[in-house]
Design a binder for this molecule. Sequence first.
Ligand SMILES: [Zn+2]
Length: 622
Amino acid sequence: MFVFLAIALQQSIADSSPFRALPMPAPTPSRSVAGAPGRGYWQQRADYTLEATLDTATNILRGRGRIYYVNRSADALDHVWVQLDQNQFAPGSISAVLNQPPLQFAGGVVFDFSGKGFVGGITVDRFAAAGRSLTTKVFGTMMRVELPRPLAPNLNITFDIAWHFPIPPYGGGRMGRVGSRFYELGQWYPRMAVYDDVHGWNTLPFLGAGEFYLEFGDFDVSLTVPAGFQVAATGALANPTAIRTPQERARLAGAFTSPGQVVQVITRQEAIASAARPVPGTRTWRFTASGVRDFAWAAGSGLRWDASTWDGILIQTFYHPDAAPWEEANTMLRFALRHFSGALGQYPWPQISAVEGLVEGMEYPMVIYCPSLQKREDQYWVLMHELGHQWFPMQVGSDERRYPWMDEGFNTFADYDAAEAFFKGTAYGDTVRRELLSAYAATAIPGSEQPMITKPDEVRQLYWTAYQKPALMLSILREAVVGRAEFDRAFREYARRWKGKHPQPADFFRTMGTLTGRDLDWFWRNWIYTTARLDQAVDSVRSSADSAFLYLSNRGQMVLPVTLELRYADGSTETRNLPVEMWDLGTRFTYRLATAKRLSSVVVDPRRIYPDVARENNSWKR
Ligand SMILES: [Zn+2]
């Protein structure tokens, strides 16, 4: 007895409660305990003044310019890091060695993050400051630049840069060209890496799946292209009178005087005619943008151009004459722009341009690349999804290299609302969100599913892990845990308070927890840090004269509140919502229902919104 007691006293038991605290970094002067940017929040600033020439004879892009970089950290920086994303295609790059197979997305869409055998890479011809070349060292897609003297807090430095690279026909699904007549360009200039208060210099290489983490700043970009080309880009055109014909200017003005009307600025016939009639020489287009994290552009000849406006925002669609589904693209984009502005906060920039081309779907500030798709639902989805990225991550500048669920996932969640709204009343609109549960059944296989927190370069099922599962997670948080009004208020506030900034996961968790007044640690742990599965069950029901006792159990690792549909022998029904605290004392719970009526059946999760892995134990019948 004594020995047994002594052993029992020695045994320690770790806290395995699903409700134990989620380990989070301590709040700092930069990041408050409530999930907001703190009084001491800082981030670096990078402004770019660039000039680039598109040489269509050699398909080489040459650029030069200046980067104005402000050190707002408390640290003196003796070096900086620069992103050279084109080196994904450099000889012997990590991506070339890995040679990973394309990722499978929904609807049979394949996303190939490789250059399909293209070998290129970027050449930095100059990286200088104050007239002096700086010592640089290239590590694949990252370059370290030694500063002549440490850059003290609150001081700035201007880098003089020049570079060139061969434009790949297929650039990892994010850029590319068709011959020498159409170009979609992204990651095309040396971009400052982010120096932040959490990781210091963010130097994870660009391998393909993990996207970008960028500083915010202003852009002034001059692009010299063949005279017959149209250009769509981040920002507003700063020299329209030099570029636009009087007819184009008049038609564009029509889009502002008749809001909601789609104006054909370049018609089908005009596009076909212009493609057949090359114009000699070049033209230089100048674009300016402020408070953006990136700049991208597309250029080509023979493009149709539609325009409309909503709330003073210019909505432009550029497409090839054979891309017939794109005649509705402008209307789709306008609908989605209005929808997202209402749901997530007003679109903050003067224009949005969608360009039809070879890129499967890619987002940059104020410009998105989308293919032409035959199915109307798919066409709307990809246009609206790339538009949704104007909020996540173009405004809310999260770290895409580490946390794709914070941009792809939050965007995909918002996309289901935008799809339901556009296709309201149709079979597709009424059922589209259900595909999340079928994806769960098909993809979330124990042993192969990876937690959402996994870095994208390590994820095998990126469409599930970074897009669909976060959308399912937030749908359930909204519908079954905190309620629609409280969720919407908190989610909008997250987007507002981190606009133009760099939120970390803990900032999101704290924002949602504080603003809904809920401890949600258990929820984030289940959904983001584990692959916990849900299996709620009704085991049995016992009745007495004035009560029914419902014996419920939680047979999986995930906890969630329980919704019950109760049917009585007299034909009446009712729904009861039981709080998640029912699982505080363990995996079994007896719910006493004070009623003299005779129960005839009980159903757990009657709306079928949960990914319950064993639905056969969800109902009881007398
Ligand atoms: Zn996306």
